[in-house]
Design a binder for this molecule. Sequence first.
Ligand code: NAP
Length: 342
Amino acid sequence: MKALFLEDVGKLALRDIEKPVPKADELLIRIEACGICGTDRHLFLGEFPSKPPVTPGHEFVGVIEAVGRDVTDFEPGMRVTGDPNIACGHCAECQRGRVNLCANLQAIGIHRNGGFADYAVLPHKQAHLLPSSLNPLHGAFCEPLACCLHGVDLAKLKAGSSAIVIGGGVIGLLVVQLARLAGATDVVLITRNVEKRQLSEKLGATATLDPSSGGDVVEQVTGSSGLLPGGADVVFECAGLRQTVEEAPFLARRGGMAIILGVLPQGEKAEIEPFDLLFREVALVTSFLNPFTHRRAAELIASGMIVVKPLISRTIGLEEAAGVISNPAIAGEIRTLVVPQH
Ligand code: NAP
């Protein structure tokens, strides 16, 4: 079979290797699609720690080809999505139920071989069933959706709440939809690209703003004649930039919340104004990974309640993956999926 390997920082190569044999508790998955996430580019650039040589790809969907001898809950032919984040279950954080903070967290596609390959192995406890009638490409969005679900869970939105989403990539466009599903009546998306703004309105955003059009973003949204005077109940930062992290708390209303989902490079600093946080009692919260949300994500994708088809910018074969991962995303691109040609 073919598998893409990160051989070292800055070095990706497609190799012909033996098909893996699932261990007693594992499934062998024939990969149908695997999304290229910003993290894959960070791994290539050495901006995110990994264990080369390793096959990247943590947003995968596929059909079970074989099961290990102890697996009783899945059988060959079933379509599954894999939760790539494997918690140990024993450390203090796992025992507190904070599995995303596990001291021994192992991620498929980072520490273990992932989905940019014809086949991958997956511990059965990390697998979640998807309908065989589902467009397999849609299954590749379960992992990012699971991360967004955690952020939206933390927001505790109520019917009639308001939300601002900063950044119209996959994460922002999924959060827009989840915020509406959770009951928000006003959802403002702030992003530069006009196609992403137009798409977000089809997906549930009630207003949009181009932050590059000039003027103060906070004033344009929260000012008395702004899009959401006084600010939002919850602001979701989904761009991963210093400027947008700094902006987020100021876009929240008095007593509101700013939730940071975006990832800034390790070591990068952003300024906050504690006086403003305190006097307006704005909560600054972070949301990391997908604790116990992957199954709900699979159910939301399977039900069609979350729309992902327009988030697919293009599909490519395994042969093209190294070239795409080693270059920055094309302007306007939302998600590229790698589809192995079996
Ligand atoms: P992405 O495609 O890079 O999306 C970020 C978007 O931000 C871009 O599409 C860009 O769209 C927009 N943007 C750039 N400058 C902006 C500005 N000044 N104001 C508003 N928007 C701006 O990435 P993604 O896959 O959606 O992921 C978003 C972030 O979440 C990344 O940092 C990623 O690492 C992180 N993430 C976190 C988790 C977690 O568990 N917390 C999980 C997955 C991903 P325009 O060109 O339209 O502006």
